[in-house]
Design a protein around this ligand. Structure first.
Ligand code: SAM
Length: 425
């Protein structure tokens, strides 16, 4: 397509395909918004970092700039004097292998001047009048589901699901509306909570409101209960399994955000049992630590029964299109990796052969990051490699948000469903 067509596709879908390149630029706000019928994702709430609004420019940004500069200088000094140990050398080699491909993808973005103009304003798209409502709400603190879920009363906590009244009436036309309750109250923890309707649903829990997209469900529990998601019949299993585990790392900031788990806990994830008879594509987010990469390749994937297929890269840029950190900074790479692999079941139905769409290696997707550790929604970019029939059955493990048509599991899958992250459409 011509550049203009590419731009109009981007404005509609949130996905921009660069010319002559495998790389894409994505706007998670536009992609996620397609899950909703009466709401949209608030760009200002999503893009909480890497955009400098006029208001905080003078104070926060200024301080950050000088702070960052000092830190960067320090890091550079450290890196120069630092001799890489053998593990770091392997990591560096991996980096050197993908470096030019990442630079090429970044160049494609820097050359797309019309796209860059839009990227600059991603945070401000149509959020003038509607902002007030969510701004007021966002002053309350967010619910800590992990804390609430760990008290003895947790099994008694319920969530109220408010189904869209008009739609219920239309659906049940001819019957007196009073016969149909538009509210349902169900346990919020250790329970599969579903919105089977084709429009969003507003759910209430402990004075907070959450937007649940059409045709989606969540199961909020600790890892110990994940086996409850294993379907009784294997043809109810999943074709796409996206996993973003709480890997241990040394970041103090991360420690404040969510609890992490030692690697051995992930070995017991029932990936094969969650897989559909037609097989599944498994997409695992990893950090750049070499120890973790070799754990995944040598222990985790073999234990899960997953065969390695390819690695994709998420390159992170700021609103001006520049990388969030220097590409060669050893401990602060401006990219993260998703390792892809296929899982087959022993009882695989020969009528459902694996789709043979070959997964290319080294696909790059570029975006401006949202909240700390929030990953861009890449499910759609993976669909062409997903085995089985359409629509594919998709699940995200350790999820903090929901997507139309998907199942979300984790100990806080409602986190980014809080009304504060949305605007009314
Ligand atoms: N992909 C998510 C996103 O884009 O926002 C981020 C996931 S974050 C890396 C890992 C998640 O795993 C956190 O929400 C954390 O609370 C959750 N988690 C940590 N320990 C858990 C446990 N024992 N059981 C279930 N979830 C857990």
């Amino acid at each position: 397509p011509e550049p203009n067509d590419r731009l109009s596709v981007f404005l509609k879908t949130g996905i921009y395909q660069f010319e002559g390149s495998k790389a894409v630029f994505i706007d998670p706000v536009r992609i996620l918004t397609r899950s909703y019928t009466r709401f949209r994702v608030s760009p200002s709430a999503y893009y909480s970092r890497f955009f400098n609004s006029i208001a905080d420019h003078s104070t926060e940004t200024h301080n950050n700039c000088s702070g960052n500069l000092k830190k960067r200088k320090r890091n550079k000094k450290k890196e120069k004097s630092h001799n890489l140990n053998s593990r770091e050398q392997i990591a560096d080699q991996r980096h050197q292998e993908v470096r030019s491909m990442l630079l090429k993808a970044h160049e494609a973005l820097l050359k797309s001047s019309e796209l860059l103009e839009i990227v600059k304003n991603l945070r401000n798209v149509g959020c003038d009048e509607e902002r007030h409502e969510t701004d007021v709400i966002s002053q309350d603190s967010e619910l800590d589901f992990v804390e609430v879920g760990s008290v003895w009363q947790a099994p008694l906590y319920e969530i109220t699901l408010n189904f869209h009244k008009d739609e219920m009436m239309v659906k049940n036309a001819g019957f007196p509306p009073s016969q149909f309750c538009k509210q349902r109250v169900v346990p919020v923890f250790n329970n599969l909570v579903a919105n089977e309707e084709s429009s969003d649903m507003v759910a209430e829990f402990l004075n907070c409101r959450y937007i649940v997209p059409k045709k989606s469900c969540f199961y909020m529990s600790d890892l110990g209960k994940i086996h409850n998601l294993i379907p009784a019949e294997s043809d109810r299993g999943f074709n796409l399994i996206v996993i973003d585990p709480p890997w241990e790392n040394s970041s103090a900031h991360q420690k404040l955000k969510y609890r992490t788990l030692p690697n051995r806990h992930f070995l017991s994830l029932p990936i094969k049992q969650l897989t559909h008879t037609a097989g599944s594509l498994v997409a695992l987010w990893v950090t750049n630590r070499e120890k973790l990469r070799s754990f995944v390749e040598n222990e985790l994937f073999p234990k899960w029964g997953v065969k390695y297929a390819a690695t994709f890269y998420w390159l992170k840029v700021k609103s001006d299109g520049l990388l969030i950190s220097e590409l060669d900074l050893f401990h602060h790479r401006p990219y993260e990796c998703v390792i892809l692999g296929y899982c087959h079941r022993e009882d695989m139905n020969s009528q459902h052969p694996l789709r043979l769409n070959h997964v290319p290696d080294d696909q790059v997707f570029i975006s401006v990051p949202g909240d700390y550790s929030r990953k861009p929604p890449i499910g759609e970019l993976l669909l062409e490699y997903v085995p089985g029939f359409r629509p594919a059955r998709c699940i995200e493990l350790f999820s903090r948000e929901m997507i139309a048509g998907w199942t979300s599991w984790g100990n806080e899958p409602l986190h980014f469903q809080d009304l504060r992250y949305f605007l009314r459409d």
